[in-house]
Design a protein around this ligand. Structure first.
Ligand code: GDP
Length: 296
């Protein structure tokens, strides 16, 4: 993950910290290199543009020129802006509602929704000591329902059975009813995903959202997605009032475009990241740590 980007930015950083003087010319040269590195990492174009213009404004300001070590000041700015791009601070899952708190999972097929549902159930149960129930509203793939049953078992969460003859909204409402009666703290609703964005799928998840009124609507996105990440994120964000993002497959060797674009495109905090196929491969998202990893 981020290997190329990290290599390239580390090289830029070395060059600039070695400069005796920071001038408009060598700042422009640095910005050009940073821009190319971000584009090569598949960061969405509008995100790259904003990033460069923000770094530029600060780089040519007093803060750098008056610094005793202008090269390092400049690198500090790149680091801060990278952190800001991914959200500045670590954001908690919001459970501040009358239980059962509903969490709705959204995203394309293969993004890692079902795996993440299991991971989140485990996190809520083990770390936050919550009583958690899961349910699958994916009536198109019986295997998806079975998969959720398996991961819920691994997580030690209660699984509410559903089947492909039912309607997604009916399934979710029945689960919610059950969760209420049994005093569950949290109900996680896993949903169907398609290979691409389509209207029927968006209408279905909008109806689910309206029916269960979730406290968190988490958009699950595969960090391996390249330029498509921007379009996918935008489509989900336009259709649903998302409250957060989960970046999956951060353990892979992707270039990192989705990770760097999704916060700005949706305006929603990245709350967790998936770092492995197992349920233990799940972490809260710390923007400053990820930025630190990129700058090496
Ligand atoms: P869904 O269609 O969105 O429900 O996606 P799944 O949960 O079935 O995940 C699709 C594939 O991605 C599966 O093979 C998962 O094991 C894998 N996967 C999910 N999250 C991660 C992750 O964080 N890291 C890795 N390496 N694989 C993951």
């Amino acid at each position: 993950m981020f290997e190329n980007l990290s290599d390239r930015l580390t090289r830029v950083v070395k060059t600039i910290t070695g400069e005796a003087r920071i001038t408009e010319a060598n700042t422009q040269e640095m910005l050009r290199e940073v821009r190319l590195a971000l584009l090569e990492a598949d960061v969405a174009l509008p995100v790259v543009k904003d990033f460069i213009s923000q770094v530029k404004e600060r780089a040519l300001g007093e803060e750098v020129l008056n610094s005793l070590t202008p090269g390092q000041a400049l690198v500090g700015i790149v680091n801060e802006q990278l952190t800001k791009l991914m959200g500045e601070k670590t954001e908690d899952i919001n459970l501040a509602a009358q239980p059962p708190v509903v969490i709705l999972m959204a995203g394309l097929q293969g993004a890692g929704k079902t795996t993440t549902t299991g991971k989140l159930a485990k996190y809520l149960k083990d770390t936050l000591k919550k009583k958690v129930m899961t349910v699958s509203a994916d009536v198109y793939r019986p295997a998806a329902i079975e998969q959720l049953k398996t991961v819920s078992g691994q997580a030690g969460a209660e699984f509410f059975p559903s089947n492909i003859d039912q309607k997604p909204v009916d399934i979710a409402l029945a689960a919610l009813n059950h969760a209420k009666r049994q005093f569950f703290d949290v109900l996680i609703v896993d949903t169907a995903g398609r290979l691409g964005i389509d209207e029927a799928m968006m209408n279905e998840i909008k109806a689910l959202h309206a029916a269960v009124n979730p406290t968190e609507t988490l958009f699950v996105i595969d960090a391996m997605l390249g330029q498509d990440a921007a379009n996918t994120a935008k489509a989900f964000n336009d259709a649903l009032p998302l409250t957060g993002v989960v970046l999956t497959k951060m353990d892979g060797d992707s270039r990192g475009g989705a990770a760097l674009s999704v916060r700005q495109i949706t305006g929603k905090p990245i709350k967790f990241m998936g770092v492995g196929e197992k349920l233990s491969g799940f972490e809260r998202f710390h923007p400053e740590r990820v930025a630190g990893r990129i700058l090496g």
